[in-house]
Ligand binder design. Structure first.
Ligand code: NDP
Length: 276
């Protein structure tokens, strides 16, 4: 019988994960099925218990269940532990082990796919939600010169910077502090807010970008979002959305489950939409 995997979320109709993992399985010769589960709010644990009872070996987790998955896990990898969120569960040894590959996916996309080194760079991260929390530790591992997290609700950014303090320095600030002496300072600006989902722009000044900067929008497949438009109008020529992050985190999950890492470039190319 084929090994069973799935992604769980709500809503889940938009998910690209079954197509990505099915293509990975074909490319690597792995015998598996990968389906989408529309979970009921408040019903995460029961849904996962049933999936495991039916032979499920691992799941990816998307909105709004990453905290439920964190609570469900018997064991947590360090990135997931610090992020407080799990986007991948592995049931291989009978226990539920939780990991969060969002940050690794993002750093791989920036460094390996886009060819932008993070070491010694000045990084500005917009937002302090689940996705932002997941990318901080992988960013710190790249040893940037400075890592700043800015959030509309400043208290959340401050709490995160304190929580991560033993792993490296993260400067927490509000958007108003990005003008003045912080203008023109950032080599990599990542929009990890959900503002683009509502066609909104976080109140980031167009002056934050350093010459040659990369503007990275976590949301994918939506073309030129308000944030990417702001960057382009500010003269930024390196623009990216989160499609590479999505495919790279999927490849990490696949490798963790199956012990073989699929090639990602073809899938990223296939899923990329023009940023116009
Ligand atoms: P959360 O709901 O956990 O966090 C939302 C964050 O956005 C908060 O920091 C919130 O600030 C901020 N925010 C929302 N609206 C605005 C606004 N108008 N102005 C300024 N800040 C705003 O979301 P996630 O972290 O789960 O997701 C963030 C984004 O990342 C989404 O677009 C999601 O699609 C994308 N994503 C992409 C992935 C990929 O693989 N490419 C993977 C995971 C997420 P406050 O705290 O003040 O409310």
């Amino acid at each position: 019988m084929s090994a069973r995997y799935a992604v769980i979320g709500n809503p889940i109709g938009h998910t690209k994960s079954p197509a990505i993992h099915t293509a990975f399985a074909q490319a690597t010769g792995q015998d598996l099925t990968y389906t989408a589960i529309e979970g009921k709010r408040g019903g995460f644990a029961a849904e996962i218990d049933a999936f495991r009872a039916a032979g499920g070996m691992g799941v990816n987790i998307t909105t709004p269940f990453k905290l439920d998955a964190f609570a469900y896990a018997d064991r947590l990898k360090p990135v997931a532990q610090l992020a407080g969120a799990v986007n991948c569960l592995n049931f291989a040894d009978g226990k539920a082990e939780g990991e969060n590959f969002d940050g690794l996916g993002l750093t791989r996309d920036i460094v390996a796919n886009l060819g932008v080194a993070l070491r010694g760079k000045r990084i500005l991260l917009l937002g302090a939600g689940g996705a932002a929390r997941g990318v901080l530790l992988p960013f710190l591992h790249e040893q940037p010169e400075e890592l700043v997290i800015v959030n509309r609700t400043l208290a959340k950014a401050i709490a995160i910077s304190e929580q991560f303090a033993s792993h490296g320095t993260i400067i927490a600030t509000g958007y108003e502090a990005l003008s003045g002496e912080r203008a023109g300072q950032y080599d990599v600006v990542v929009n990890a807010t959900s503002a683009s989902l509502h066609h909104e722009l976080p109140p980031v000044p167009a002056s934050v970008f350093r010459s040659g900067a990369l503007a990275y929008e976590l949301l994918y497949g939506k073309g030129l979002t308000p944030f990417l438009r702001l960057a382009r109008e500010a003269g930024v020529t390196r623009l990216a959305d989160g499609v590479g992050m999505l495919v790279e985190q999927a490849a990490e999950a696949f490798a963790w489950w199956r012990g073989i890492r699929p090639e990602t470039a073809g899938m990223i190319n296939k899923m990329t939409v023009k940023l116009t």
